[in-house]
Design a protein around this ligand. Structure first.
Ligand SMILES: *Cc1c(COP(=O)(O)O)cnc(C)c1O
Length: 394
């Protein structure tokens, strides 16, 4: 018997065109890094490698994944709760910048760098107190936050850095990552202007040189019928904003994750059963949120299309269950009511044996999922060429 379809399909050629188009219009003095936590698949990293200026990682595991595809590519090392062994490895493996998230982390880093006698560059991650940051469903700053340091701690951090004992840890600038999934280029630009004002103020107040301003990620992808972030429009706004002149000799880093990869991976799962309970229909898939947790994580419906198949008739001699012109909930194979990918989808025809293909499954999908909950087999991972032939075979 054939295994029911359950697969992640990667369109690497389309990803390549997308990253190329993004980088083609990137202004001078700006750099594009990929935050690999969105999707650390080695083939994705290899596809992006020739185009991006580097990768952003937040653990040694992620650093290892980057070093597996390249020994030289610049790396930004961020994330809260860095352990001393992580700081040590970051220094030994030669990351370009460490994003320091707290005063304790800074003190530990100074100690570790002195012990190893290795120099390093750092950016201080700041949690701004402005209420003017755009609001999205994941906001990490402008409110109490475990990420970065409050604005009024910057002075103390700079004092620690200026201590005569510290000869290895070099302050280079500031890092901000205040939100995720912002779909509005205009508000993104306003946020960056706010960052610029703040940095200019701190440069004056604390009399420090700033050579890098990292404005984080957070470029949004739409999972409904609204448009996703418009990178081209954003770059046009950015060029008109005067930021490039204000940067002087400094560089500005972008480090998006989601927007780079979301559109180029599909999650395909075969419909195993159709149930009607009270007044509702349920499509039960070979797969679910243990492979693709994003819709459950955000409590949203995930966009999909249906690939109809015709081999049912060859296999069974009883009637094939299906619905027509009706609403249906699309759920997974887990014994959990949270295992839901779409709550009320309108479908023309959906029959058992059809394949539901979830689009925009490239970011925070597989990588954030609880793969082994209930112990079902993992999906297969296919990359464009392999996937075409499998699909044609049925
Ligand atoms: C997650 C993360 C990113 C990427 O965020 P996206 O919303 O995927 O663009 C960038 N920087 C930091 C520090 C992050 O934690």
């Amino acid at each position: 018997m054939d295994e029911p379809v359950c697969a992640y399909l990667h369109d690497l050629p389309a990803l390549q065109s997308h990253i190329k188009a993004m980088v083609d219009i990137l202004p001078k003095k700006t750099c594009l890094f990929y935050a690999i936590k969105a999707n650390p698949d080695p083939k994705i990293l290899k596809t992006l490698l020739p185009y991006v200026d580097g990768f952003e990682v937040a653990s040694l595991g992620e650093l290892q994944r980057v070093r597996y595809v390249s020994e030289e590519i610049p790396v930004l090392f961020g994330g809260p709760g860095k352990k001393e062994y992580e700081l040590e490895q970051a220094l030994k493996k030669g990351v370009s910048y460490i994003h320091v998230e707290s005063l304790l982390e800074l003190r530990k880093l100074i100690g570790v760098a002195a012990q190893l006698d290795i120099d390093t560059n750092i950016l201080l991650r700041v949690n701004l107190h402005e209420r003017t940051l755009p609001v999205t469903n994941v906001t990490m700053a402008g409110k109490p936050s475990p990420f970065g340091m409050d604005e009024w701690i910057i002075e103390e951090a700079l004092t620690i850095l200026q201590d005569v004992e510290n000869t290895h840890v070099h302050f280079r600038g500031f890092h901000f990552h205040s939100l995720s999934n912002n779909k509005h280029p205009d508000r993104h630009m306003e946020m960056i202007l706010l960052y610029m004002e703040k940095v200019e103020e701190w440069k004056r107040t604390f009399n420090v040189e700033v050579s890098v301003i990292n404005v984080g990620g957070g470029l949004g992808v739409s999972y409904d019928d609204k448009p996703s972030f418009d990178w081209e429009r954003f770059i046009t706004l950015f060029k008109k904003s005067g930021v490039l002149d204000r940067l002087g000799e400094a560089e500005l880093f972008f480090e998006p994750g989601r927007y780079i990869v979301a559109d180029f991976v599909y999650y395909a799962a075969e419909m195993i059963d159709l149930k009607s309970s009270m007044d509702q229909h349920f499509a039960i898939l070979r797969g679910g949120t243990h492979h693709h947790r994003l819709p459950a994580s955000w409590g949203q419906d995930h966009p999909f299309s249906i690939v109809s198949t015709d081999d049912w008739e060859w296999t069974y001699d009883f009637k094939r269950p299906g619905i027509h012109d009706d609403f249906i909930s699309i759920v997974g194979e887990l014994c959990s009511p949270k295992d839901r990918l779409h709550s009320r989808a309108k479908v023309e025809t959906l029959r058992v044996g059809d394949i539901v293909v979830f689009e925009k499954s490239g970011a925070y999908s597989w990588t954030i999922s609880h793969h082994d909950f209930l112990g079902h087999p993992h999906p297969v991972f296919l990359y464009k060429d392999e996937w075409k032939t499998k699909k044609e075979e049925g």
